[in-house]
Structures are given as structure tokens and as C-alpha cells.
Design a protein around this ligand. Structure first.
Ligand SMILES: [Fe+2]
Length: 436
């Protein structure tokens, strides 16, 4: 490529923006050093990426919804021929009594259950291998995830590992799962990651302290249950953070340059429902209507972002998670308004689209006003949910490395509306420093 890897793709849109606005203080330093061949290569790559995604055979899992749908899914698992299933979950859910009814339903239908309840946040390669060993030892022929994104991601990789005799790390990256995975089912117990409908699984390499991503159609569950009765015990702060993760998926999917006609309407509906129902679920975790709406919104946002992609909010939040163990949803919630502030000059029209769909602003408001209103509304919701405006763990001396990591993750991956370079990203991160 020839240019600094952290500044090599800033682009097309940045150029257009600078030419149009002339004196934008943030973008004005983007273009020097970015060669035309780099920009042309980037433009060609992202167009191909979009075309490839558009042509890809995205399907959805069979979906069961409503109170009791998890038990319904257990019946379907038996009907589809599973004889011995690995139930991937965590001990908290077992202790809360959420797992036992599902195990009983499976056994009643003749499906033996082997439980793997060692799931922890940010599952590691080692944990996937442990799950695989349990699968093999018990002679399983299917996998059921019951839990949040970590459980579902781990179950995806265990299902893929079951039929692919390679180390897990060799299945990370783009389309590196060679053989069809074991039948996989999922019951999400949080409404946030959307992992139940995505083709992505994230796993941590504990030695290199890096997150690895496997992306493959073979990782998509066959069937899922969105059952709000399994979500009523979720603590308010986790409900808030996971809900903001789903809202970030929805908004980043709408703003992505790789958004499609088949993804944007569903992402917009998800954003609207999260604005409406997340404060309700945080106030009263037992509100089934709110839990159901959020489970659906998380699924819809997941459907949208697994095709349209996410953006800098996720790239930054992944860095916060790796360095400070900041929960993913919390990192997203803090970064989202700052990234939107930055992105607005390039995508006020699409931010306004989100605002209108969510019933924000007044008829006749300009796109700019609506875009600002959207950001203000996110800040207000964060405040109401007890989410801070700044990242307490963030240290000034970490900013250059965090910026470089976010840019490395985003480039050639996320079709963000407005690009950053190293200096711009550092300036953005500095806004998130806790006040002295
Ligand atoms: Fe996310």
C-alpha cells in the first residue's frame, strides 16, 4: 500500500467532505499522505465487499417467539433428530433455575443432555477446546446455547469444531470453517449481541491478549427461541448495557455505506423499539412486553449488522474491552454519541432518518437538527440508564495504541460514513477521558 497503515484509507468521503466544506478542523488533515492509488484501491475493495455481501446467501434461523418459546424449541430439536445435545451455558443461569426446565423438556422428548456450564465473559480458545472435549466425551450430535453472546459465540465454535479437525484459531477469519458445523440452536438470555442471527463468533486468544473473529455462514444457528421469560431476571445494569449494544448495531447498520434495502428497515424498527422499551425494561425487569420487544429488536439489529457491518463505535469498544475489560455494551454506549458527533457531517441525512423513524424531533426539522436531536436523545437515555458520559478507565497514555487498534480493526472491514486517521481518532478518544 505504501502509506502509513493507520492512515491509508481515509478516503474518498473524507476528500469529498474536505473539498465541500473547506475548513473542517477534524478532516482537514486527513488527505495529505493518502495517495490516489490507495484511495482507488480502497474504493474498489469496498465496492466489491458490498457486492459480495449483496450476493451472499444470507438466511435466517427458524425463529420461535414469546413466553414458552424456549420449550417449543426443545420439542423442535427432538423432532429434528438430535439424540444427545451439548447444552452450553453459565453457572449463574443454572443457579437461577433457567436451564433445568429446558433440560427436562429435552429429556422428556428423548434427547440426552450433556451440560457445559463453564461459559464466562469473553470466552477463550482454551474454553472452546474444553467445550469440544465435553462434546466428544459425551458423544453429542448437536449443540444448544442458552445464555448471552458469550455462550452463543462459544457454542458456535464448539459446533464448528465438532466437525472440523483443526484448532479453533484456524477457523477464525473470513470463511475458514470448511465443513458444515454440528446442528446448532440458541436461546438468548440477553437482548444485545444479536449473536443468535449473525454469522460471527468472537473468541479471545489469551496468550496474545487479542480478540479473534470467525465469520462464516456455517456458524448460523438452525433455530432460535426469543423467550422473554428467560430474561426477566437480568439485572438492570446488564439490561441497559446490552440494550445499548443492540441500539449501536441498529444505528451503525443504518449509517454503514454497506447498508442494503433488506437491512435498513429492520435496523430502523430495532432502533425505534429500543428507544421505546429499553427504559421500561431497566425500570421493571419483569415487564414481559418490554423484554419481548427488546429480544426482537436485538435479533433484527443483528440481522442488519451481520450484513451491513458496524463501525467505529465497535472498533473503539473492542479496544476498551481488551485493555480495561469494559463490558462491550457499556463501551459502545459511551462511545456512540461521540462517534455520532464526529460522523454527522457525512451522514446527517441517515441520522435524521433514524430520528424520524424513532419519533424524535418535530415535523419540518432539518436533517441537521434531527441528527443533533438523535445524539442528544442517546445522551439523555444513557443518563437515564445510569451510563456515564466518559470512560473512567481510559488513560491518556493509552490513547495512541487504542486509536491504532481501532483503525486497524475498521480498515477494509467497516464501511463507516466518515473516516478517521490516527490523529483524528486520538482526538475523538480524548473526548472520552474522564474529567479531571
Ligand atoms: Fe456489539
Amino acid at each position: 500500500m505504501g502509506s502509513d497503515p493507520t492512515t491509508s484509507h481515509f478516503h474518498l468521503l473524507g476528500r469529498k467532505k474536505c473539498e465541500n466544506s473547506g475548513s473542517d478542523p477534524i478532516t482537514s488533515h486527513f488527505l495529505p499522505g493518502v495517495s490516489r492509488p490507495d484511495q482507488a484501491l480502497y474504493a474498489a475493495y469496498m465496492k466489491l465487499f458490498k457486492l459480495g455481501t449483496w450476493l451472499s446467501p444470507f438466511r435466517e434461523p427458524e425463529r420461535f417467539e414469546g413466553p414458552g418459546s424456549a420449550l417449543q424449541l426443545c420439542e423442535v430439536i427432538a423432532l429434528l433428530g438430535a439424540r444427545r445435545i451439548l447444552l452450553v451455558t453459565d453457572r449463574t443461569l443454572v443457579r437461577l433455575g433457567l436451564v433445568a426446565p429446558l433440560e427436562a423438556a429435552l429429556r422428556k422428548r428423548g434427547v440426552a443432555v450433556a451440560r457445559f456450564d463453564d461459559v464466562e465473559p469473553d470466552p477463550t480458545l482454551t474454553l472452546v477446546e474444553a467445550g469440544h472435549a465435553r462434546y466428544q466425551h459425551a458423544g453429542c450430535d448437536a449443540v444448544l446455547a442458552v445464555g448471552g453472546g458469550s455462550a452463543i459465540d462459544l457454542a458456535k465454535l464448539v459446533a464448528a469444531r465438532a466437525t472440523n479437525d483443526v484448532r479453533v484459531a484456524q477457523m477464525t477469519g473470513l470463511f475458514r470453517v470448511r465443513r458444515r458445523a454440528a446442528p446448532l440452536y440458541a436461546v438468548p438470555t440477553t437482548a444485545g449481541t444479536g449473536s443468535e442471527v449473525t454469522i460471527v463468533a468472537v473468541v479471545t486468544d489469551p496468550v496474545r491478549r487479542r480478540k479473534l473473529t470467525a465469520l462464516d455462514f456455517k456458524l448460523l444457528p438452525r433455530a432460535v427461541a426469543l423467550d422473554p421469560t428467560l430474561m426477566t431476571g437480568l439485572p438492570a445494569h446488564i439490561t441497559a448495557a446490552t440494550g445499548m449494544d443492540a441500539l449501536t448495531h441498529a444505528i451503525e447498520a443504518v449509517l454503514s455505506r454497506n447498508a442494503f434495502a433488506r437491512t435498513t428497515p429492520r435496523a430502523l424498527d430495532a432502533a425505534r423499539d429500543i428507544f421505546r422499551w429499553l427504559p421500561v425494561a431497566v425500570r421493571d425487569g419483569r415487564d414481559l412486553a418490554a423484554r419481548q420487544a427488546l429480544a426482537r429488536a436485538s435479533y433484527e439489529a443483528g440481522f442488519a449488522f451481520t450484513q451491513a457491518g458496524v463501525g467505529y463505535v465497535h472498533a473503539l469498544s473492542h479496544g476498551f474491552g481488551a485493555r480495561y475489560h469494559t463490558p462491550h455494551g457499556l463501551g459502545n454506549a459511551i462511545a456512540l454519541p461521540w462517534v455520532l458527533d464526529y460522523s454527522k457531517p457525512a451522514c446527517a441525512d441517515r441520522m435524521a432518518l433514524v430520528a424520524r423513524h424513532c419519533g424524535l424531533g418535530a415535523p419540518g426539522d432539518s436533517d441537521d437538527a434531527l441528527a443533533e436531536r438523535l445524539v442528544a436523545e442517546i445522551r439523555a437515555m444513557n443518563a437515564a440508564l445510569g451510563i456515564p458520559t466518559h470512560l473512567a478507565a481510559l488513560r491518556r497514555e493509552d490513547i495512541p495504541a487504542l486509536a491504532a487498534g481501532a483503525l486497524r480493526e475498521a480498515r477494509f472491514t467497516y464501511a463507516v460514513p466518515r473516516y478517521l486517521d490516527q490523529r483524528g481518532c486520538e482526538a475523538l478518544l480524548a473526548q472520552m477521558l474522564p474529567p479531571d
